[in-house]
Design a protein around this ligand. Sequence first.
Ligand SMILES: [Zn+2]
Length: 275
Amino acid sequence: MRTKLLILFLLIAGAPYLLMAKGKTITKVVIDAGHGGSDIGAQGAFSKEKDITLAVSLKVGKIIADSMKGMQVIFTRTTDTYPTLVDRHKVANQANADLFIAIHVNSTPFTYTKILKGYKMVKRHHKTVKQPIYTSIRHHETKRSGVETYVLALHRNYQKEEAISEMTTETGLMDVNDPQTAIIIAQYSQAFQLKSLSLSSKIQEQFAAEGRPDLGVKQLPLEVLAGSAMPGVLVEIGFITNVEEETYLNSEKGQEDVAMAIYKGIRAYKADAEK
Ligand SMILES: [Zn+2]
């Protein structure tokens, strides 16, 4: 326990220096296409999250490479593979990247609807009566639409399970009872939280400018954001369970719009940070 407290202290005390040492220029960005390989992510009517995240990530990377001189793009994957969350952090940390941007597609939980299938005749008290037969249909179509961006939650008493399950269907939440989590969060809070919030709101602004519904910036103890030693955000670019958005996110135009919004958010953040 004492060692853990010491580590915690060192991380908190050391974080501002770590931040200063990195300087103001932003030259390396990690683009993390969510899911991949056997982890398909969320599923829509005709497409999978892992394919959309990859297509959009590659487009963001290409726009940056074409338009931002001196900016290096590092992908966590460029094909249909599954790097673990640890692999993804490693890529980012070993590159000593300045920003980490995870791209995901939102979904809504399954709901069940009872549908009348027909009737059957049953005997009751010497009489034959008509009884309805229901069948239950599982579906998760939604009218919800729009974009939301997550940053790492800082306090361990964030609004718990109900709120979380309502907010996202992403897996990979940190274990808030693990002392290690407190350390990571303390480290992150000192150095990167304000920057992550700034980046996330700039990305949201760009989507809003494109006319997409702005679902705001939210906080969750997401594992994928916790392990990388740099400001990071997770963008949920739309709902795969809304067939209109699914179609848009699978279209060339939709993917280009999304990639452009993320690029412009990064550009605005970079300009601000390098002032
Ligand atoms: Zn996802």
